[in-house]
Design a binder for this molecule. Structure first.
Ligand SMILES: [Zn+2]
Length: 193
């Protein structure tokens, strides 16, 4: 029989009615409990914004996804419609940072086919809680990761920084509409304007 402490080491703790946390400290759970609902508002704002732009020709769209294109706009709409079908409170947040994909430059990652599990790496905890000061935050990262799930469109990581994503919109809009960070920043901009 497992000892009590061994059991605790493997249990997935459900705190109240909120998300499941794996290997998260109390401070990390507090941070995630704050970031998750903010992320949900960013995703909702993105869907509202893309719905308001049926031809993909508004400046907010162009900044992150490039030249007008109904087909590309519809792809972004599909991604955000799918993401908004998710309740981020129902995801599993793994704070163990044990995955080989956690590196000093990676804040978080998912396995596209392991729907709902978000792996958080050490740099995640250095991000600001929300995006009022800078685009990338703990909240926006959840939106970014959500778009990577195969069930949500399986975006890729072509570019990550704000500047690189803005250039990608101008040069490769076909990649921008499949780039996770472009969705992340579009969502932040949609929520904060
Ligand atoms: Zn990514």
């Amino acid at each position: 029989m497992l000892s009590h402490s061994a059991f605790l080491a493997f249990v997935v703790c459900a705190v109240g009615a909120s998300a499941a946390f794996v290997g998260c400290s109390p401070a990390q759970i507090t941070a995630l409990d704050a970031a998750i609902p903010v992320a949900q508002t960013y995703a909702a704002a993105a869907l509202d914004q893309i719905n308001a732009d049926p031809t993909g020709s508004m400046p907010g769209y162009a900044a992150w996804f490039g030249a007008p294109s109904i087909a590309r706009r519809n792809l972004v709409l599909q991604h955000f419609a799918l993401v908004n079908g998710n309740n981020f409170q129902n995801y599993i947040y793994d704070c163990t940072g044990a995955g080989a994909r956690c590196t000093p430059n990676v804040a978080a990652y998912v396995d596209a086919n392991t729907f709902g599990t978000v792996n958080l790496c050490a740099p995640y905890w250095t991000l600001p809680p929300d995006s009022r000061e800078t685009f990338q935050s703990q909240a926006s990262t959840i939106v970014h990761e959500a778009t990577h799930f195969a069930a949500n469109g399986e975006t890729r990581d072509y570019k990550r920084t704000v500047g690189d994503c803005q250039i990608l919109a101008l040069t490769r809009p076909d990649q921008a509409v499949m780039n996770a960070a472009s969705h992340e920043y579009f969502a932040v901009q949609s929520a904060l304007v």
